[in-house]
Design a protein around this ligand. Sequence first.
Ligand SMILES: [Zn+2]
Ligand SMILES: [Zn+2]
Length: 351
Amino acid sequence: MRTRNGGAYPKPRSDNISSHNQRTKRQHAFGLGSSQRQDPPRKRLRPAERPEFFEWLHDDLVLSILSKLAASASSTSDLINVLLTCKRFNGLGMNPLVLLKASRKSMAIRAKNWSESAHRFLKLCADAGNLEACYTLGMIRFYCLGNRGSGASLMARAAMASHPPALYSLAVIQFNGSGGSKSDKDLRAGAALCARAALLGHVDALRELGHCLQDGYGVRRSVPDGRRFLLHANARELAAALSHPLFLPLLGSSPGSACPLLSDFGCALPPPDPHPANRFLIEWFSSRRVEPDGLRLCSHVGCGRPETRRHEFRRCSVCGLVNYCSRACQALDWKLAHKAQCVPMDRWINE
Ligand SMILES: [Zn+2]
Ligand SMILES: [Zn+2]
């Protein structure tokens, strides 16, 4: 095996010791005692002169370690800090084999930290075939940077590899005709993409498909099937909440009271964590208001999608004050907040 410098690995220390012993034995055999011939006194090496064991590690081994680290990174800084450690980590850390494995959390770049280098990092990960990077960069380009073509094609690349959030996002784009005109809506394509994401267990897609089936929107109307998909979405939502660290304290805080999950479809559950791409959109548009153009944001707090043309999103038919990119966002926001806030429009007009 060779080191990255192309040299051979040094022999183990035990070999050196045994050869030294053999040499000493040979010296005794030929009458060369310690009085006649002495080895020079062993010099204590200074730190700078000691052999660099890290340099002896094979590149494949370092790549394997860095790949595991990238896959388990809990933030972008986890990965970037390692790359900044030394020149070798910097070179090997940007290897496509490492970037391919980078975790979803390592793509969670904050909107306030967005820069050319952050864009380049996501692009390198996407080029390496990392589906989370394809989806995240696709969402950022499509909604934040206004680069609809490349954003949609990046999401399509992730969707073709069965990435559920990418399939669902493309479904929302098709349902709304986002990036085009009202006539660009393709309800059947939206429902088909949604069904694919729902089959992969994406909760928002299950909820969206359930409402589409109940309303006959893009698919043939079937109320029982729609109900089944909504129940499935709630079951998955409950399963996700059970693994949430905040869930057990929530149950323990109200001994003797009814389980909050027994309320309508688990409305007392903690809200699901938004995907890093959604969190980026939320932060991006909270600092750059889009209302002056007459474009509005989805009113669901965990979404962050903006309209790409005026009156693209559906409004609450009761109050007319909130807007949603999808039925899934509307249903979720109804449970989380809007149920308590919605007031019929004619009532506040009369008051
Ligand atoms: Zn939304
Ligand atoms: Zn309302």
